[in-house]
Design a protein around this ligand. Structure first.
Ligand code: 5GP
Length: 128
């Protein structure tokens, strides 16, 4: 169910098409809750996207609409993917963009995992 004031889920979005196998993706991991694949335009040596298999527009929609088991399974999958990519010792960053100010481009909830080099500050300061 869409969150009040936010757009409804659009089944033609690019990640929905990847989940349906209509568009290829470099798969990293899959289970009943999540599908993980390499970002097409990586911004770090490791840049993997993790998406839930259900129709959720954003984190707001996922948190409001998904069953607790799905939410737990999804976040466990995110941590497992990072661990399987051997990022735990060196560290990594998990990020989700939401809505206009978050600059969300694809309207299917997804988490970015970045790693493979020191990632610097979470947000650049104005004088950086
Ligand atoms: P957002 O700004 O929505 O959080 O990020 C969307 C991400 O999806 C971007 O990092 C972009 O590079 C990635 N992306 C867009 N289209 C495709 C695609 O067709 N395949 C893959 N693997 N990644 C994509």
């Amino acid at each position: 169910m869409p969150v009040s004031g936010l757009p409804p889920y659009d089944r033609s979005n690019i990640f929905a098409r990847i989940l349906r196998g209509e568009i290829p993706a470099k798969k990293v991991y899959e289970d009943e809750h999540a599908f993980a694949f390499h970002d097409i335009s990586p911004q770090a040596p490791v840049h993997v996207l993790v998406v839930p298999k259900g129709d959720y527009v954003s984190l707001a929609d996922f948190a409001a609409s998904a069953p607790a088991e799905t939410i737990a399974g999804f976040w466990r999958a995110v941590a497992k993917v990072a661990k399987d990519l051997t990022l735990e010792v060196s560290g990594y960053r998990v990020l989700t963009n939401m809505g206009v100010h978050g600059h969300q481009e694809v309207p299917h909830f997804h988490v970015h995992i970045f790693g493979g080099r020191p990632l610097g500050r979470m947000m650049p300061r104005a004088d950086d």
